[in-house]
Design a protein around this ligand. Structure first.
Ligand code: SAM
Length: 292
């Protein structure tokens, strides 16, 4: 346990606030490990959301990040984080501290050029922040994010997994997503009620354009909104069996067996976009059961 971090917290009289989802990582061996999964940064900037007392920040400052930009909502931590930037604490001009709500911040105004995102996310806003970074106008170079374990599993789930749903389809349409580390509740101060896991995501070169992504969001919302129903029913509002036929997907299938390519075909059909001429695999049931 890194006592200086704990001492820092005590010296500033900082108790964790539940409303801000505060569960701190005070062990620098753990935060260094997370940063190893996130890097190398090769001089590029890193945005850290929710630095709190700065355990992850310290590991980021030891890395090859060209800049480290912190976005923290709780004003109590700002003086303590600013201390890390002073020359007395080894500050070398790479650290910028921003007091803001990460949900509203414009990342392209914080950094120039490509930047990586690293965060031990507050659990209450973890999913909305991930969706913002995956579907918003600004695209990070990579995302290394601590979630509660169940959310991490939903991000990386495959067709047929219990955790497979909208979050998996949207995340994997935009990025390659890997679960890289598990952490027990006891690793945090104070310990949360649930275990945690770190997901590393790298946005794809061929990620869907905005229109297709919007259509994908609509199709997956309808399909997984009634995941036990056949697609011809769950997608009824979007064209039902006809939409499925246009996408080469069996209307009798359920959302949970349709893979990413299948959903992309449904989304293209919904948005009136052309399908690729040579489908890579065409979804779980592409044309298999199509009747003549
Ligand atoms: N990174 C620190 C660590 O690992 O010890 C703290 C992680 S704690 C789980 C989440 C942090 O996010 C807290 O510092 C909290 O104040 C901050 N936070 C909560 N909601 C936020 C928001 N909307 N925008 C920015 N920071 C937020």
């Amino acid at each position: 346990m890194d006592l200086t971090l704990r001492e820092h917290l005590d010296a500033h009289g900082l108790a964790a606030k539940k409303s801000f989802g505060q569960h701190f990582l005070l062990d620098l061996n753990v935060t260094r490990k997370i940063v190893r999964f996130a890097g190398p940064f090769e001089g590029r900037a890193v945005i850290e959301v929710g630095p709190g007392p700065g355990g992850l920040t310290r590991a980021l400052l030891e890395s090859d990040a060209g800049r480290v930009v912190l976005v923290e909502k709780d004003p109590r931590f700002i003086p303590l984080l600013n201390e890390l930037a002073t020359p007395d604490s080894g500050g070398d001009g790479r650290l910028t501290v921003v007091e803001a709500d990460a949900l509203n911040v414009r990342e392209d105004q914080l950094v120039e050029g490509p930047a990586h995102l690293v965060s031990n996310l507050p659990y209450n806003v973890g999913t909305p922040l991930l969706i913002k970074w995956l579907t918003g106008p600004w695209t990070p170079a990579s995302l290394t994010l601590m979630f509660q374990k169940e959310v991490a599993e939903r991000v990386v789930a495959r067709p047929g997994d219990d955790a497979y749903g909208r979050l998996a389809v949207i995340s994997q349409a935009v990025a390659e997503a890997k679960l890289v580390m598990h952490l027990p509740a006891a690793a945090f101060t104070p310990p949360p009620k649930v275990a945690s896991a770190v997901v590393h995501l790298v946005p794809r070169e061929d990620r869907p354009e905005r229109d297709l992504l919007k259509a994908l969001e609509r199709v997956t919302a309808a399909a997984f909104g009634q995941r036990r129903k056949m697609l011809r029913s769950s997608l009824k509002q979007l064209g039902g069996a006809e939409l499925c036929e246009a996408a080469g997907i069996s209307p009798e299938d359920r959302a949970e067996v349709i893979d990413l390519n299948g959903f992309l075909r449904l989304a293209r059909a919904h948005a009136g976009l052309e399908q690729p001429t040579a489908p890579t695999d065409g979804g779980a049931t592409l044309m298999r059961r199509k009747r003549t």
